[in-house]
Design a protein around this ligand. Structure first.
Ligand code: MSP
Length: 448
């Protein structure tokens, strides 16, 4: 029998510096879901990788006196290593400097050209290199004599150059129809409403090529231009499935993706631009885009420029990877911003993992060692308390599956941890140490 397929992705990361907690967070969330779907017997394709073109990377490489490709080779390796450190179960790791991706992006371009969605003009306006995004006049503000983006706070610079444009403006209605027909395409709902309001205002055509630098994939038949890094980057999700070969088994099995896990700062690219590109290219749209919130440190977004980064690798070395994974999933309600701190991480490890779950394991296993020859004994007749404990667990399964399918990881983990509280209480109330003297069968059942 053919297995059900499930495709989940993380954003592909800019290898412009060391990986930080925000990157680790996107990846851990996706990994938790990927692993759950595998437990449910899905054939899962889980993709992550690095986003290596564009002015941001070119400038960073120049700052380091490195050729951009060599610069990316070094830093992309760091992100690849991070997948091991985070214990990710990804099936592939894509780099946008690979040939498979180059071919796929050029094919997307050709499709957009063929559908009449591309024209040549001149761009003049604001651009943030840090966000690799164009901003309208009403999206920027003055701060200390400098122009910055209102949404991200990053510096913008004035750009004037020949550019190819994508006719995004003609897709507004189609997109709104799509959101309406697919109410779970953008989650959480608050994010969806934001996107709908943005599209309802009417979309402007989007500049999709640059001529003032060279670090990118060239526009087919016009080498003066490189393709806009976001059109390049978004295409990674199908490059990894062997697009443009749409007859390929991998593409057929896994596209459209079930969910793109992303941070809220890159929602517009995934929920507006990406579906519009795909509609124009006559390709199916992903089923869901989930925009998680930010990991905050001292209530501010953790970022290189703010200098408030908690280094995931240092934390993992000191406290352990499962501890960090558990803490992030439990502490930050997926979809909302959440503050993390070392103090809270320690409390969480002590309370939930050591005192609750660890204690349960310790008591049960040492009891088994001492009284049951180191083997899990078998059970006999169940009494009401036994049945209650087992049924609680069994009856929760449909709820757990549905929580996971709605990316409600927070509620999911609470339910699971609660079992551990209940099991501890059951162990206490059942008093196997007292029962053992008079009724071995009963003791075995409790331990089982
Ligand atoms: N390269 C683009 C994504 C292209 S996807 C086709 C990009 N890269 S990034 O390295 O800047 O960020 C990658 C992800 O990390 C984003 O989802 C972003 O939201 C997430 N995080 C970066 N800092 C973060 C926090 N402080 N908190 C949580 N996640 C944040 O954008």
């Amino acid at each position: 029998m053919q297995k059900n397929k499930f495709y989940i992705s993380t954003p592909i990361y800019y290898p412009s510096g060391k990986p930080h907690m925000g990157h680790a967070y996107s990846s851990i969330i996706a990994d938790v879901i990927a692993r759950f779907k595998r437990l449910e017997k899905y054939d899962v394709f889980f993709l992550t990788g690095t986003d290596e073109h564009g002015l941001k990377i070119q400038r960073e490489a120049e700052k380091n006196n490195k050729n951009p490709k060599l610069f990316c080779d070094e830093l992309s390796t760091k992100f690849k290593e991070l997948t091991k450190i985070l214990n990710l179960s990804n099936n592939d790791f894509i780099r946008t400097t690979e040939k498979r991706h180059h071919d796929s992006v050029q094919e997307i371009w050709n499709r957009l050209l063929k559908s009449g969605d591309i024209y040549l003009d001149k761009y003049s306006g604001w651009y943030s290199v840090s966000d690799e995004a164009f901003y309208d006049e009403d999206e920027i503000e003055d701060k200390n004599g400098k122009k910055i983006s209102k949404s991200s706070g990053s510096l913008v610079e004035w750009v004037e150059e020949e550019s190819y444009f994508f006719k995004l403006s003609t897709w507004s209605n189609k997109l709104l129809e799509f959101y309406k027909k697919n109410p779970n395409f953008i989650l959480p709902v608050s994010r969806k409403n934001e996107v709908i309001r943005f599209v309802e205002k009417g979309l402007k055509d989007l500049s999709i090529s640059r001529t003032s630098f060279t670090w990118g994939i060239p526009v087919p038949k016009d080498k003066k231009h490189v393709i806009y890094v976001w059109l390049d980057a978004l295409t990674n999700y199908i490059s990894a499935l062997n697009f443009p070969n749409i007859e390929d088994k991998k593409y057929k099995d896994f596209w459209p993706a079930d969910v793109h896990i992303i941070g809220k700062d890159i929602l517009r690219f995934h929920a507006v631009f990406w579906p519009a590109f795909l509609l124009a290219a006559k390709l199916p749209l992903p089923k869901r885009v989930f925009g998680h919130g930010w990991i905050l440190s001292d209530d501010k977004k953790m970022s290189k420029s703010l200098g408030n980064i908690l280094d995931p690798i240092e934390i993992i070395e000191k406290y352990g990877i499962d501890q960090l994974r558990y803490y992030l999933v439990k502490e930050v309600s997926l979809g909302n911003d959440g503050s993390i701190s070392l103090e809270n991480l320690k409390n969480c490890i002590n309370n939930d993992l050591a005192n609750n779950y660890g204690n349960l394991c310790q008591r049960v296993f040492s009891f088994i060692k001492k009284n049951c020859n180191n083997k899990i004994p078998s059970s006999t007749k169940l009494n009401d308390a036994d049945k209650k404990l087992l049924n609680n667990l069994k009856n929760s399964l449909p709820k757990l599956i549905s929580l996971m399918n709605n990316q409600d990881l927070n509620e999911y983990i609470k339910t699971v941890v609660n079992f551990s509280f209940e099991a501890n209480k059951y162990f206490n109330d059942s008093e196997p140490w007292a029962v053992k003297k008079k009724d071995t069968k009963r003791m075995n059942t409790i331990i089982f």
